[in-house]
Ligand binder design. Structure first.
Ligand code: NAD
Length: 506
C-alpha cells in the first residue's frame, strides 16, 4: 500500500447529510495562489442529488485564462519550479498528498454533492485515486534520468527530458479528483506550470484540491484553476498561443474541438482521453458465470455507469446467454439506488439532466427495436428533485440501437447472444470506440484470439478493470489516444532534447 487514503471505519459513521448542510462552497478561480473575484457572469451549479442550488460558479473567460497562462509562463521563465531539483519537486507533491489526505472528508463531500456519486465511492475511489497518483509521481520524481548513448569518436551525446512549459488540463466530472491527479501530478513532477479548467459540473472539489497544493508549498504560479464553460474557458485554453500541451479528458466531440482549436492556433500538442463503449464478451467455456456476472455488473453500473471504461455492451455465447442474464439480474438486484449521502447507497444520482433523458430515450429506442427490459428502465424517486435512473439491463437490443453503439453514460447495459468468435468480434468493435474489452473464457486460444484482434487500449481477460498506477490507461479510435498512469504519461508533459558536443583539440 502506497500510503493511500483507505476508507476508515469512522467514515461510515459520519453524518454526511448534516455536514452537507454546513458546507460553504467556494467556486472562485485560483490564480496567482489566491481565490480571486472576477466580473462577468456566473452559472448555476445544481446538485444532482436533489436539484438544489449548490452555488453560482464564476464563468471565467479569455481574460482569466490569459492571466493564468501569463503567470504560468512567468514561472517557467523566471520562477524556481522548473529549476528545482526533481527531489525537491517530489517533496512538494508528497506534502500535497498529505494535505489531500487530511482534507479527505471535505473533498469527498464536495465530490458527492457536485456529481451525485455515492459518498462511499467519493472517499474510496476518487480520494484514494488522487492521493495514490500524487504519491506515485512524487516518488518517481528523482528516479528519472536521461541517456548518454555512445556515439563514438570525439563526440558526446546527451538525451535529456525537459518540461514542455505551460500545460492546460481540461477535466471531466465523472472522477473529478482521481483524473485530476493522473494528469496534474506528472505534469508538475516534470517541472511544468499547469492551468486547469475543471468541468462545469465538478469545479468545487478541483478548486479546493488545487488550493491545497499551493498551501502545501507549490509555487503559486505553478498551478491555477479557472472554472468556466467548455465552449468559452475550455476553448480559450485550446486556442491559447502560449500553452504548449493540453490534456483533455471528455467526450469524443470535445476532443475533436480541442484538436481543431490547436490546429487553428499554435499547433500545441493535444492529448485526448475520450469516451468509450467497451464490450464484455462471455464465451460458453467461461470458468465461473457468477464471477463474470459480478464483474460485469460492476463494469456496467459502478459510478452510475458514468465511466469511460464501463462495459455496457454485453456479448454472450448463445449456450450460456440465459444463464448469464439470470446471474447478472441477481447481481443487479443487490444494488441499492439511493441518496448519495447514505453510506449504503451503491448507485447514486446521474450528474446531468441530459444523461437522465438520454438513459430513458435510449432504453425506449432499444425496446421499440425489439429489446426486452430485464431490469430497471425507469427513473427512481430516491430523493425528491434528484436525477436517479434504475440500473437497467436490456436483452436482445438491436445491434444498431444506441444502447449498443453510443456512450449513454448511465446505468444502462445491453446484451446480445452470439454464435461464434468472428461474430462476437464484429459486433464488439463496431462502434468505433476503442477503450477496452473484457473477455471471459477458460481457453487461452480464445482469449488471445480476441485480445490480439481488438483495436482497444485495454484488454482484460477473466476480469474487468484490472488496474494499477504502473500500467497505462487510454484508448484508440473514437476513444482518443492520450494515456494516463505509469510512465507513458511522461511524453505528454516533457520534451526530449538531444545535446551533441564535439570535443576539440586539447
Ligand atoms: P465533456 O466533453 O463535456 O467535458 C470535458 C471537459 O472539456 C470539461 O472541462 C468541459 O468544460 C471541457 N469542454 C467542453 N467543450 C469544450 C470545448 N469545445 N473546448 C474545450 N473544452 C471543452 O465531458 P464530461 O461530460 O465532463 O465527461 C464525460 C466524458 O468524459 C465521457 O465521454 C467519458 O467517457 C469521458 N471520459 C474519458 C476518460 C478517459 O480516460 N478516456 C475518463 C473519464 C471520462
Amino acid at each position: 500500500m502506497d500510503g493511500a487514503v483507505e476508507m476508515v471505519d469512522t467514515d461510515s459513521a459520519i453524518d454526511w447529510k448534516a455536514m452537507a448542510e454546513k458546507v460553504t462552497p467556494d467556486a472562485r478561480p485560483l490564480v496567482h495562489g489566491q481565490r480571486i473575484d472576477v466580473g462577468g457572469g456566473t452559472f448555476d451549479l445544481l446538485s444532482p442529488r436533489d436539484g438544489s442550488l449548490l452555488c453560482a460558479v464564476p464563468a471565467c473567460g479569455e481574460a482569466e485564462v490569459n492571466d493564468a497562462v501569463a503567470y504560468a509562463r512567468a514561472e517557467q521563465r523566471l520562477g524556481d519550479w522548473p529549476r528545482r531539483s526533481p527531489r525537491g519537486r517530489g517533496e512538494v507533491l508528497a506534502a500535497w498528498a498529505d494535505a489531500i489526505e487530511a482534507e479527505r472528508v471535505e473533498l469527498a463531500l464536495l465530490i458527492s454533492l457536485e456529481t451525485g456519486k455515492p459518498i462511499r465511492d467519493a472517499v474510496g475511489i476518487d480520494l484514494r485515486g488522487v492521493v495514490r497518483a500524487v504519491r506515485w509521481y512524487a516518488a518517481l520524481a528523482d528516479k528519472l534520468h536521461g541517456d548518454h548513448p555512445d556515439v563514438g569518436g570525439d563526440d558526446v551525446a546527451l538525451v535529456s527530458r525537459e518540461p514542455v512549459g505551460v500545460v492546460g488540463i481540461l477535466t471531466p466530472w465523472n472522477f473529478p479528483l482521481a483524473l485530476l491527479g493522473y494528469d496534474v501530478a506528472p505534469a508538475l513532477m516534470l517541472g511544468n506550470s499547469v492551468v486547469v479548467k475543471p468541468s462545469e459540473q465538478a469545479p468545487l472539489s478541483v478548486l479546493r484540491c488545487c488550493e491545497l497544493a499551493v498551501q502545501a508549498g507549490l509555487p503559486r504560479d505553478a498551478l491555477s484553476v479557472v472554472p468556466g464553460l467548455g465552449r468559452v474557458a475550455g476553448q480559450a485554453i485550446g486556442r491559447h498561443p502560449d500553452i504548449d500541451s493540453v490534456a483533455v479528458t471528455g467526450s469524443s466531440a470535445t476532443g475533436r474541438a480541442v484538436i481543431r482549436a490547436s490546429g487553428e492556433s499554435n499547433g500545441k500538442r493535444v492529448w485526448p482521453e475520450l469516451g468509450g463503449k467497451s464490450a464484455a464478451v462471455v464465451f460458453k467455456d467461461v470458468r465461473d458465470i457468477g464471477e463474470a456476472a459480478r464483474a460485469v455488473a460492476w463494469g456496467a453500473y459502478f459510478n452510475q455507469g458514468e465511466m469511460c471504461t464501463g462495459c455496457s455492451r454485453l456479448l454472450v455465447e448463445r449456450e450460456v446467454y440465459a444463464e448469464f442474464m439470470d446471474a447478472l439480474g441477481t447481481e443487479i438486484d443487490k444494488l441499492r439506488v439511493g441518496d448519495p449521502l447514505d453510506w449504503e447507497t451503491s448507485v447514486g444520482a446521474l450528474t446531468t439532466e441530459h444523461q437522465l433523458r438520454d438513459a430513458q430515450l435510449a432504453t425506449e429506442e432499444a425496446v421499440a427495436g425489439g429489446g426486452r427490459v430485464l431490469r430497471g428502465g425507469e427513473t427512481v424517486a430516491a430523493v425528491a428533485g434528484g436525477r436517479y435512473f434504475a440500473p437497467t439491463l436490456l436483452a436482445d437490443a438491436p445491434e444498431s440501437s444506441r444502447v449498443f453503439t453510443e456512450e449513454v453514460f448511465a446505468p444502462v447495459a445491453a446484451a446480445r447472444p452470439f454464435d461464434d468468435v468472428d461474430e462476437a468480434l464484429r459486433v464488439a468493435f463496431s462502434s468505433g470506440y476503442g477503450m477496452g474489452v473484457s473477455v471471459w473464457t477458460s481457453s487461452m486460444d480464445t482469449a488471445f484470439r480476441v485480445t490480439r484482434a481488438v483495436k482497444a487500449g485495454i484488454a482484460w481477460v477473466n476480469c474487468f478493470e484490472g488496474d494499477d498506477l504502473t500500467v497505462p490507461v487510454g484508448g484508440v479510435g473514437r476513444s482518443g489516444y492520450g494515456r494516463t498512469k505509469g510512465t507513458a504519461v511522461l511524453d505528454k508533459y516533457s520534451d526530449v532534447k538531444t545535446t551533441w558536443v564535439r570535443l576539440g583539440d586539447r
